[in-house]
Write a protein that binds this ligand. Structure first.
Ligand SMILES: Cc1cc2nc3c(=O)[nH]c(=O)nc-3n(C[C@H](O)[C@H](O)[C@H](O)COP(=O)(O)OP(=O)(O)OC[C@H]3O[C@@H](n4cnc5c(N)ncnc54)[C@H](O)[C@@H]3O)c2cc1C
Length: 391
């Protein structure tokens, strides 16, 4: 008989796990939102999936996207100086999670995966565990439901280091070559301009990561789409003139009334397994590895961890019992990469080190160096090496 796995949360981690595990196990997804609620709800992220994540989606036969918004490059501007556009090795893609998650959930249901619609509370988790051979907590940044222990070595901050301010806009002429346009304003924060696909067609995401209480942290108290749009135009005009000149006045608007978001994340890494009362719980995705969005790695890392976890569970599918050893093996497999991504992300939150500024400046004169920097985002181990290896 197939083992029963309950996955709580149908986001990047939970959905990829379901695709990867569904043929070897009985998979039950538990999520508090229906596909329709997801589709019509608030945006959740900016979600650039780089080449390795897209390759995993292909490996697990997840539905493909037709898109004219493929991300080929990373543009870097520091202050008001445009430095370069580096080319990625493989194209990336950002699909609004509202659209992606609802489509995947419907597709999985058609493929025989069961869905239970309910919000699981922390106190319900043990009861839920009774129904399954394993529960995987994929509840994202609102989680975890299971008290996985904090990994102190990788959790240096007690407070958010950036305010994330995101709007999905129509009416911004795309940059060429199409890609993520990163502007760093030393001491104030950053802007990420990202082409993306939505239910409403292609949009340009304007994503500000503001140092709290600084001049870019200017969206406090803004609650309506109208006020958000006015404030974003003001911020772009004031701090990002190279984007402002591509705004088409009469077309500049959010793609829908839920196309904006403000959130501040306190980064936190947890050891993603727990043996409670002799029973194993695992965590995957933001519920256990929550980094600041500044390096755009959260979905990519969730997908990486989900792949390692599904491979491990399938390798051990005939074991009599899954115990703490399984959790330990899972953590051992993902920890080196989790550490690299987390340390790089935490370094990006700090003022850029002198040797990185030198690297960026010299890449302005050398396309190969520019391409190498762009590829930090698709292969963050190389970014970690550049930032943290002592020279
Ligand atoms: C502003 C912003 C920008 C970002 N940009 C990028 C980017 O460019 N690239 C990138 O790779 N990553 C980015 N990220 C991070 C990325 O969005 C997350 O890392 C990724 O979505 C994590 O996937 P997940 O499956 O762990 O969680 P989620 O995608 O958040 O999914 C969690 C799921 O759990 C469900 N759930 C939660 N609580 C419960 C409960 N109690 N009971 C039942 N169900 C529950 C939710 O409904 C949801 O379905 C960004 C994040 C933010 C906030």
């Amino acid at each position: 008989m197939k083992k029963r796995i309950g996955i709580v949360g149908s986001g990047t981690a939970g959905l990829q796990l379901a695709y990867a595990l569904k043929d070897d196990f009985e998979v039950i997804m538990v999520c508090h939102r229906t596909p329709e609620q997801l589709r019509s709800g608030r945006i959740m992220s900016t979600q650039v999936h780089f080449g390795p994540t897209r390759a995993r989606e292909e490996r697990f036969h997840m539905p493909k996207w037709e898109s004219n918004s493929l991300i080929e490059s990373i543009h870097i501007t520091v202050g008001d100086q445009k430095l370069f556009a580096g080319m990625l090795e493989k194209t990336g893609l950002s699909v609004d999670q509202r659209l992606a998650y609802s489509r995947y959930a419907e597709d999985l249901e058609r493929a025989g995966v069961s869905f239970q619609q309910r919000k699981v509370e922390k106190e319900d988790i043990e009861e839920l565990r009774d129904e399954f051979d394993l529960v995987i907590d994929c509840t994202g940044k609102n989680g975890p439901l299971v008290p996985f222990p904090i990994e102190k070595e990788l959790t240096p901050f007690q407070n958010p280091q950036r305010k994330s301010i995101v709007g999905y806009f129509k009416g911004v002429k795309p940059i060429s070559p199409l890609g993520v346009n990163v502007t760093v304003i030393p001491e104030l924060g950053e802007m990420f301009e990202i082409p993306s696909e939505t239910e409403y067609g292609p949009v340009t995401i304007l994503f500000i990561t503001a140092v709290p209480e600084g001049p870019l942290d200017m969206f406090k108290g803004i609650k309506t789409p109208e006020a958000f749009t006015i404030k974003m135009r003001e911020a772009v005009e004031m701090f990002f003139p190279h984007i402002h000149e591509r705004i088409v006045d009469l077309e500049f608007a959010l793609c829908d009334e839920n196309g904006f978001l403000q959130i501040a994340i306190t980064p936190e890494v947890r050891i993603p397994y727990l043996n409670k009362n002799g029973r194993l719980y695992l965590g995957c995705g933001d519920s256990v590895i929550l980094n600041d969005p500044i390096t755009g790695q959260g979905s990519n890392l969730s997908s990486y961890c989900a792949e390692k976890l599904s491979d491990l569970l399938i390798e051990h599918k005939h074991a009599d019992n899954w115990d703490e050893e399984m959790g330990r093996l899972y953590w051992e497999r993902i920890k080196p990469f989790v550490k690299e991504v987390t340390e790089w992300t935490n370094a990006m939150i700090q003022p850029l080190p002198g040797h990185i500024v030198q690297m960026l400046l010299s890449a302005a004169e050398d396309q190969q160096k520019a391409d190498k920097i762009a590829r930090w985002f698709e292969n963050p181990s190389t970014a970690h090496e550049a930032f943290l290896t002592k020279v």
